[in-house]
Design a protein around this ligand. Structure first.
Ligand SMILES: Cc1ncc(COP(=O)(O)O)c(C=O)c1O
Length: 381
């Protein structure tokens, strides 16, 4: 039952942050307002284009732009008419894929730590989760356990790369290992790639879909929210083989049916922006990551590697705090005025208990104020 799920830790921490006027580095949304030109297009399209129900699969401009983006960045040949679907955010795209493909009793392989909407939707769709754990600080893919999680009952694997909250980018070797399992067990892969453009240090994001044999088996999900730092827009897109897309479209038809047409058109404009935009998106975030990581390390945190996404995690044990990660997040919210998210929230059970996740997609002043507050607090204690 969905009602059996409690209030999420994101909500609990955000409420606590408001109550204590704490700097909220919990939830992963940028505090800027997104690119002005993309917003201007949305405003224009609100006035001079139709505002009635757009086509169920998405406006042609955006489906064409998603196909062109797949070709431009990954060399994918995509038929925009039969292989692209626009949804209301990656969250709805995920729900569409999972409700569309899972039959009651099907097994679904998922990697922990995981994004909070995955398990409730898999279970509501009748799927049986098979969880495989990656653990900090190395977040290595446990290959034997992953292989053992696949069976004749597996319908699909849900893969998130770059991965939230691990900030891990799966390597070609790891993806090849996953692809081999997908082929051997004749399954699908739902690929949550919302952070595809937020990868650092010159690394390249590799969609599983580009590996041999994967084009027909992967459903690749992207999000304008992350690619344009416009998380409130909730415009997502699915790319999948023409045979795979119809069940997803059927689910989407009954979930939201469509997404605001002006936002879709503005995102189409955005996806065609020049390389400079995509480079600066990365380099700006990379700069923030470096400054924030250095600041945390100087305070005494053991900071984990961050290869992509909006997030960086850190071990707080060197600070001498005796409690677990939830207690630590409450403590720094109420005592230091900075809010983070306990990494254990991304595991169903037996989670690691001494890592916290910070979102660094914030203005420089906000990040330095947070470091200042944490520094002051831990120097005093
Ligand atoms: C891994 C992952 N998938 C999906 C989403 C949701 O994307 P959207 O806002 O486009 O629904 C998020 C947002 O934080 C995320 O971290």
């Amino acid at each position: 039952m969905l009602s059996s799920y409690g209030t999420s830790v994101f909500e609990v921490m955000s409420r606590l942050a408001i109550e204590h006027r704490s700097i909220n580095l919990g939830q992963g949304f940028p505090d800027g307002n997104g690119p002005a030109d993309v917003r201007a297009k949305a405003a224009l399209f609100l006035e001079d284009r139709p505002n009635q129900y757009p086509p169920m699969l998405g406006v042609p401009e955006l489906r064409q732009a998603v196909a062109a983006h797949g070709k431009r960045f990954y060399g994918l040949e995509v038929d925009w008419q039969r292989e692209v679907l626009v949804a209301s955010g990656a969250t709805e795209a995920l729900a569409g894929c999972l409700f569309g493909l899972i039959e009651p009793g099907d097994e679904v392989v998922l990697l922990e730590p995981l994004y909070d909407s995955y398990l409730p939707i898999v279970r509501r769709a009748g799927g049986v989760p098979r969880l495989v754990r990656l653990v900090p600080p190395a977040w290595e893919l446990p290959r034997d356990e992953l292989a053992a999680a696949f069976s004749a009952r597996t319908k699909l694997i849900l893969l998130n790369s770059p991965m939230n909250p691990a900030a891990k980018l799966f390597t070609r070797e790891e993806l090849a290992f996953i692809a081999e399992l997908v082929l051997r067990h004749d399954t699908y892969a739902v690929c949550d790639e919302v952070y595809e453009h937020l990868v650092f240090d010159g690394r390249a994001h590799i969609p599983l879909m580009t590996l041999p044999g994967m084009r027909e088996r992967c459903l690749k999900i992207g999000s304008a929210g992350k690619t344009f730092a416009l998380t409130g827009w909730k415009v997502g897109y699915v790319t999948a083989a023409a045979e795979l897309l119809p069940p997803v479209a059927k689910a989407h038809q009954f979930i939201t049916f469509t997404t605001a047409p002006n936002l879709q058109r503005a995102v189409a404009y955005g996806l065609a922006k020049d390389d400079a935009y995509f480079h600066s998106l990365r380099s700006e975030l990379e700069r923030k990551r470096d400054a924030f990581a250095q600041g945390l390390a100087a305070i005494g945190f053991d900071v984990l590697a961050c290869e992509g996404s909006y997030f960086i995690s850190a071990d707080f044990r060197p600070l001498g705090f005796a409690g677990d990660d939830v207690e630590f997040c409450r403590h720094i919210t109420t005592e230091a005025g900075v809010t983070a998210i306990p990494v254990s929230a991304f595991y169903e059970s037996a989670a690691p208990r001494h890592f916290v996740r910070f979102a660094f997609c914030k203005e420089d002043e906000v990040l330095s104020a947070a470091l200042e507050r944490l520094g002051r607090h831990f120097r005093r204690n």
